[in-house]
Design a protein. Structure first.
Length: 468
């Protein structure tokens, strides 16, 4: 005990000394950190110069660039939505193949749009039918001022590129769902690359690049036709060349449903797409204009809700059962339908457009089944048919509030031109691919599943297939 007491006293003394010393050291560290933060927070000379030159508008520029980049991120999330939706609505034996195609599409889409597509779609002073593309460069894309696009296109060129590149890949993703479960992987990769690299930028330049449709007065705010109808009609052409899945259409006109393996995945996919659409449409304002962005958010949400609502009850009455897949496609139909006029139609017009789109998509899906066109996820109906409808709706005075600058006839010319071009381009490419390398997997591979046949791996190796 005599020894223990001095040891305890010594330990307490050392701890107290150490505590005092570290407290002093910590105080010094805190003071240094505070000084560094204050120094970093002080505006640099470049910022002060820009602020002096442009005033408060420079803050608007900064916020606009940030919002555009956030919107691009939301559109990127849509690719996850497409992947989960397509996987859920198809058979489990093809899940790896579906996911692989979606991974390829976003990687390929960004690269080919950088190599050719962006400058082909936005060639500058334009007014015609075709502009050659070229790789993006370091020139005229950056900057911390308004030199790229003024206050209307309030962003850097880098922000503009990444936002538009996310759009470009969507066209091939739409096709992916329509041709699912029977297309050769390599053939799809070739077809998708050609569409995104050449066809999409070409038709897009007719409106968004200042081409002949733009000069005519055609209006498509965020791409009901330029993105969705393009993808939908390109998908229709591919499906016609490819044919239906084995066992889908039986003798005597019987249609055999080929059920998806995971409605939870499909539902998650639609909600991810719904979320991403706020970036798809909201980012298309091309600035952080508070009135325009908030208005587009509201019209987008109302149309989606109305589309889901009408498809639920219309399909329920028609099919005698509440069909979740129809409800999900109804939400997407409302979103596609409002995309052309999200900034220009009235609030209640957005609701009506959504309601009509929700009914239209149900009728369209059943119609394509009736004429033996096999679309496993309803992509042709959602994107093609509802994309055309939404574009035409913008030209009707009932929806646009009597805006005399918008003409139904002009809208009809625009949506028909792009849809026909997409269909013809895709049809020709698919025929060439079919002749050169084949387009469809063998009957044995289709029966076994593309996961094993194309990839040699399963999505769910520990699960046994249901025998129901």
């Amino acid at each position: 005990m005599k020894i223990l007491k001095p040891l305890i006293f010594t330990a307490i003394t050392l701890l107290a000394g150490f505590s005092f010393a570290t407290h002093g050291f910590a105080q010094a560290e805190v003071a240094d950190a505070a000084s560094a933060i204050a120094e970093a927070a002080a505006p640099d000379e470049d910022y002060l110069a820009l602020k002096a030159k442009y005033g408060e508008t420079f803050d608007f520029f900064t916020i606009s660039v940030l919002w555009t980049l956030i919107a691009a991120g939301l559109v990127f999330i849509m690719h996850l939505g497409f992947a989960t939706l397509e996987s859920g609505l198809t058979q489990s034996k093809n899940t790896v193949n579906i996911l692989f195609k979606n991974v390829f599409v976003i990687c390929m889409g960004l690269l080919v749009y950088a190599v050719w597509g962006f400058n082909a779609m936005y060639p500058g002073d334009f007014g015609g039918w075709f502009a050659a593309g070229s790789p993006i460069t370091m020139a005229s894309y950056g900057g911390t001022d308004f030199s790229y696009g003024g206050t209307a296109l309030c962003m850097t060129g880098w922000a503009d590129f990444i936002f538009q590149a996310m759009f470009a890949a969507t066209a091939a993703t739409i096709i992916s769902g329509a041709v699912a479960e029977r297309i050769k992987l390599g053939s799809f990769m070739v077809i998708g690359t050609l569409l995104v690299m050449f066809a999409y930028p070409l038709s897009g330049s007719w409106k968004w690049g200042g081409g002949w449709l733009d000069r005519m007065g055609f209006y498509d705010f965020a791409g009901s036709t330029l993105v969705h109808a393009f993808g939908g009609f390109a998908a229709l052409a591919a499906v016609l060349v490819l044919g239906a899945r084995k066992g889908k259409f039986l003798e005597g006109g019987t249609i055999r449903p080929i059920l998806g393996h995971s409605m939870p995945l499909a539902t998650m996919g639609v909600f991810l797409l719904f979320l991403g659409w706020f970036g798809f449409n909201g980012g298309s304002v091309l600035s952080a204009n508070p009135e325009a962005v908030s208005y587009v958010f509201v019209t987008t949400a109302l149309a989606a809700a109305a589309g889901g609502f009408s498809s639920i009850f219309f399909s329920w009455g028609l099919l005698k059962k509440p069909d979740l897949s129809m409800a999900l496609n109804g939400i997407l139909a409302g979103l596609v339908g409002i995309t052309a006029g999200a900034d220009s139609v009235t609030l209640w017009s957005a609701v009506i457009i959504g309601l009509i789109a929700g009914v239209l998509v149900v009728i369209s899906i059943l119609f394509f089944d009736k004429i033996k066109i096999d679309d496993p996820v309803g992509a042709i109906s959602v994107h093609g048919v509802c994309g055309v409808f939404g574009t035409l709706a913008v030209g009707l005075p009932f929806f646009n509030g009597g805006n005399e600058d918008l003409s139904f006839f002009t809208q009809l010319i625009g949506t028909a031109s792009i849809s026909i071009f997409a269909f013809v381009f895709s049809f020709v490419v698919c025929l060439i691919v079919k002749a050169v390398m084949g387009i469809r997997v063998s009957a044995e591979e289709e029966s076994e599943g593309l996961d094993i046949g194309e990839h040699g791996q399963e999505a769910y190796p520990d699960f046994s297939p249901s025998s129901r």
